[in-house]
Design a binder for this molecule. Structure first.
Ligand SMILES: [Zn+2]
Length: 317
């Protein structure tokens, strides 16, 4: 039975020398992919196009011009006004998340450019307590909107969120009203807001700023919805249609405008910005159109989606 016995010093040390997650398994097609390869492909599965969840840092790298992102309001930190405790103290949860992600809370805001066109952006981070929206997320997004107003440049919010942060109770729900009111001011000023919805965008985020864009773009396969499927199913007592709450389903039913792959997102954002905000170019002149020739236009970008939802579409909150 020696064969089964562990020899001293073999396994544990050697295994640790191999970095965690050198290979990654695709959540959709189960393909085993070399992590480096996946990184090069912006964490999109080469076999089935599954878009892995990535951090705010990666979204910033993929969507905006290299080195253009200048963070602001990074010092704002969450507090625990309700002294909340479930299985863990909220303060401990915060400390853990801060240590794990290197962030103070679940959104990063800053100035950036897309093909040279200035924007203000807020990028959420699902790895920080499920991208939940508490007071800090709401405040930072509100301030980002204020900044877009002040600078008169378009706003891009990259959403990924499990919803409101229950550990902050009603204070987290108030962020929905706050961010929505700020966006109304942006809209009154005629400044464009593009919402990019990534996997998952749910709950209070969907019920506020994520669905208030002038243009809604989603990554393929993203889960987008308000309540969870099980809750809806129990409430209405009916089976839900196939693919319910996916980006593709929402596009078909007129809730979003476009589905764009991660690799094409920056080009697409640049193209839309030039249309919506031509004065965004340097020195107030219209931006130059140096690209947009070789890139394949996503076939989902067609005017058909601008028509109102069909009459068979049930009203939704
Ligand atoms: Zn795959």
């Amino acid at each position: 039975m020696d064969w089964f016995r562990r020899k001293k010093g073999i396994s544990s040390n050697e295994r640790k020398s191999i970095p965690d997650g050198l290979w990654v398994k695709c959540n959709k097609c189960n393909e085993i992919i070399y992590r480096r390869e996946l990184q090069k492909r912006m964490f999109v599965c080469p076999k089935c196009n599954y878009h892995f969840r990535v951090t705010s840092r990666e979204f910033i790298q993929y969507y905006f011009d290299e080195g253009s992102f200048q963070e602001f309001n990074q010092h704002i930190k969450p507090v625990d006004p309700l002294k909340f405790k479930d299985s863990k103290k909220y303060t401990d949860r915060l400390k853990e998340a801060q240590k794990k992600t290197g962030l103070n809370d679940a959104v990063v805001t800053g100035d950036a450019t897309v093909h040279g066109q200035p924007v203000v952006t807020a990028v959420m981070d699902f790895s920080f307590i499920g991208g939940s929206m508490g007071s800090v997320v709401g405040e930072k997004i509100a301030r980002a909107i204020d900044r877009a107003l002040e600078r008169r440049v378009p706003l891009i919010i990259v959403a990924t969120s499990g919803g409101a942060r229950m550990m902050e109770g009603a204070l987290s729900l108030m962020q929905m009203a706050k961010t929505s009111a700020k966006l109304a001011r942006l809209s009154d000023a005629g400044i464009p807001y593009i919402a990019v919805l990534t996997d998952p965008t749910t709950g209070g985020t969907t019920a506020s700023f994520a669905m208030l864009g002038d243009i809604h773009i989603a990554e393929p396969g993203a889960l987008i919805g308000f309540a969870g499927q099980r809750v809806i199913k129990q409430t209405i007592g009916q089976d839900l249609p196939e693919g319910f709450q996916t980006a593709e389903f929402l596009l078909e039913h007129g809730f979003i405008d476009l589905i764009v792959t991660r690799q094409e997102m920056r080009d697409t954002l640049a193209r839309i910005l030039r249309i919506l905000w031509p004065k965004n170019g340097e020195n107030g002149r219209p931006a130059q159109t140096e690209e947009a020739t070789g890139t394949a236009v996503n076939t989902s970008m067609h005017p058909g989606n601008t028509s109102p939802p069909g009459s068979d579409q049930p009203a939704s909150g």
